[in-house]
Design a protein. Structure first.
Length: 154
């Protein structure tokens, strides 16, 4: 039995933009039907470009690699007032699912947060994304807030 290639971690760089863009459809796939996926993808295009080329202070893009190839990423922010890390996004290539990439990225987030002095890691996922919710619960995350949305644009 062969073991899977080892995972490595590196900071995101501008050349990673096509990779992040390739995972954006996975991030919007479980959005509720009243969300316009094309609009969400356009917002991610802007967000990812800014995160890689003009990052906000106290933010990071971490790239998980397997065999030297990117297989997942996370975009995170440090919130010093709350002493918390906010995971804005975390996505893994479909062909790398089930190989520990998501767990590896969250362990990196935890190390990053501890280095900042964080008391907690916060994240949001779609209510409709049962698989992600179960994954995060298995890692010890607990539901804390429920976001309610009233659309004003139709």
């Amino acid at each position: 039995m062969t073991s899977p290639p080892r995972l490595s971690l590196r900071p995101g760089e501008p050349g990673d933009l096509p990779f992040l863009r390739s995972l954006a459809p996975r991030l919007v796939a479980s959005a509720p039907p009243w969300r316009r996926q094309d609009d969400l993808l356009a917002e991610y295009d802007v967000l990812f470009a800014a995160a890689l080329t003009d990052p906000e202070p106290d933010s990071a893009v971490l790239i998980a690699c397997m065999g030297g190839q990117p297989v997942g990423f996370t975009l995170l922010y440090w919130h010093p007032q709350e002493r918390g890390v906010f995971v804005k996004d975390l996505a893994v290539r479909a062909d790398a699912e089930g190989q520990g990439v998501g767990r590896f990225l969250l362990e990196a987030v935890e190390r990053w947060g501890r280095h900042q002095g964080a008391r907690e890691i916060m994240l949001k996922t779609s209510w409709f994304n049962d698989r992600a919710r179960a994954f995060y619960a298995d890692l010890g995350f607990r539901e804390d807030h429920v976001a309610l949305v009233l659309r004003l644009d139709g």
